[in-house]
Ligand binder design. Structure first.
Ligand code: FES
Ligand SMILES: [Fe+2]
Length: 331
C-alpha cells in the first residue's frame, strides 16, 4: 500500500485529502547528454512508460512506450529520418504519432500517443497532464542575470514524494537535523495557483566542516526559499552572501511507492566567469551534504499533516497539506 494511502490524519476542518500518487506535472526524464541523435531512451514516471527519440537532426519526441499496433516496446525501435521504426512489424511512427505504414483493410488509422516535452537546464522534461502544457518553471532572475544549470544525479528512496516534499517545509527539523536556526519567522506565499512557497532566513548552529564552510560563505545568514510546483517538482533557491543558486528536484514516483528524485543544480550569474563550472560543482556538493542529513531519518517516514496547530512550524505544514489536497493527477 502506498504511504500516501495510509495518511489518515485530518487537518482542522477535515480538509486534508490525499494528493494523487502522480500529480500532473513536468517530470525530468533524462539528462540531455544521455540521448544522442539517432537514439532512443526509455524512462518512466509511476506506471507511465515513455520512449524518447532524438532524430538524426536532433529533434526530440516523447512517445508512449508501447507501440499502438500490438504493444512492442519502442526501446527496441530504430530511429530513421522520418520517425521511429517499430522492431516487431516494422511500421514507421512519425514524430506526430501518425503511422506511415498503409493499413490493410482501411481500418481506423493508428496513432501513437506523444507527450509535450521541453529540453532545458541540460535535461529533458515531459508533461504528463491532460491538455496544453504550462511553461516549465524558471528561476527568479534580476535584470541582466543569467544562469547555468546541469543535472546532478538521481537519488532513489523508499519514501513517497509527499513525505519528501513535506521535509523541505518542516522548519522544526531545520535545527534538529540540519543544525540551522531561523533568524525570523518563515513566510508562506502562493506565487501562482500552482505553487506554494516558504521563504526564510537562517543561521548555522552546527560545527561540522560543511557547517563552517556555509557559515563562512554566507556571513552566517542564509536566505532560502522552497517552492513546490504542482506538488512533485520542487525548486530550492538560496543566497549565500552574493551567491545565488538553485536546485530543482523532480520527484518521480515509483510503482513500489518510493521515489526517484532526479535533480538539477543551477547558479545565477550576474557576470559569466571561468569559475562557473567549479562553482556549480561546489554548490552541488554542499547541497548533497545538506540532503544527506535527511537520508536516514526520512527512510520509512509516513508523513501526515500535524493534527494540531501547536506551533508556527506546524501551521505552515497544515497550509502545505491544504495546497497538496487541491492537486490533480493520476489516481
Ligand atoms: S507492434 Fe509495432 S508495428 Fe506491430
Ligand atoms: Fe531536511
Amino acid at each position: 500500500m502506498s504511504v500516501i494511502d495510509t495518511v489518515a490524519a485530518a487537518i482542522p476542518g477535515g480538509q486534508w485529502k490525499r494528493p494523487p500518487p502522480v500529480p500532473e506535472n513536468w517530470y525530468l526524464l533524462a539528462a540531455s547528454h544521455a540521448l544522442r541523435p539517432g537514439k532512443v531512451l526509455a524512462a518512466s514516471v509511476g506506471e507511465t512508460e515513455f520512449v524518447l527519440m532524438r532524430s538524426p537532426l536532433g529533434r526530440l519526441t516523447a512517445f508512449a512506450a508501447h507501440c499502438a499496433h500490438m504493444g512492442c516496446h519502442l526501446r527496441h525501435a530504430t530511429v530513421e529520418p522520418l520517425g521511429l521504426r517499430c522492431a516487431l512489424h516494422q511500421r514507421l511512427i512519425h514524430a506526430d504519432g501518425t503511422f506511415g505504414h498503409p493499413e490493410d483493410g482501411g481500418g481506423r488509422p493508428l496513432t501513437q500517443r506523444t507527450y509535450p516535452l521541453v529540453e532545458h537546464y541540460g535535461a529533458i522534461f515531459v508533461w504528463t497532464g491532460q491538455g496544453a502544457a504550462p511553461d516549465l518553471p524558471l528561476p527568479r532572475l534580476g535584470p541582466g542575470d543569467r544562469y547555468i544549470a546541469r543535472p546532478v544525479g538521481i537519488f532513489e528512496t523508499r519514501t513517497d514524494w509527499v513525505s519528501l516534499l513535506s521535509n523541505a517545509f518542516d522548519m522544526e527539523h531545520l535545527a534538529t537535523v540540519h543544525r540551522r536556526r531561523l533568524i525570523e519567522a518563515a513566510e508562506i506565499t502562493r506565487p501562482t495557483v500552482d505553487s506554494f512557497r516558504l521563504s526564510y532566513r537562517s543561521r548555522v548552529i552546527g560545527t561540522r566542516i560543511s557547517d563552517r564552510v556555509v557559515k563562512r560563505l554566507s556571513g552566517n545568514q542564509i536566505h532560502a526559499s522552497m517552492t513546490s510546483w504542482r506538488g512533485s517538482m520542487m525548486f530550492v533557491e538560496s543566497t549565500l552572501g552574493q551567491r545565488r543558486s538553485f536546485f530543482i528536484l523532480s520527484m518521480c514516483p515509483r510503482t513500489d511507492g518510493g521515489t526517484e528524485v532526479r535533480s538539477l543544480v543551477g547558479a545565477v550569474l550576474s557576470r559569466p566567469g571561468w569559475l562557473d563550472a567549479l562553482r556549480l560543482r561546489l554548490t552541488a556538493t554542499m547541497f548533497i551534504s545538506f540532503l544527506s542529513d535527511d537520508f536516514q531519518v526520512l527512510d520509512g517516514l509516513r508523513w501526515h499533516p500535524p493534527a494540531a496547530a501547536g506551533s508556527a512550524a506546524d501551521r505552515n505544514l497544515q497550509q502545505l497539506a491544504l495546497f497538496l489536497s487541491g492537486l490533480r493527477g493520476q489516481a
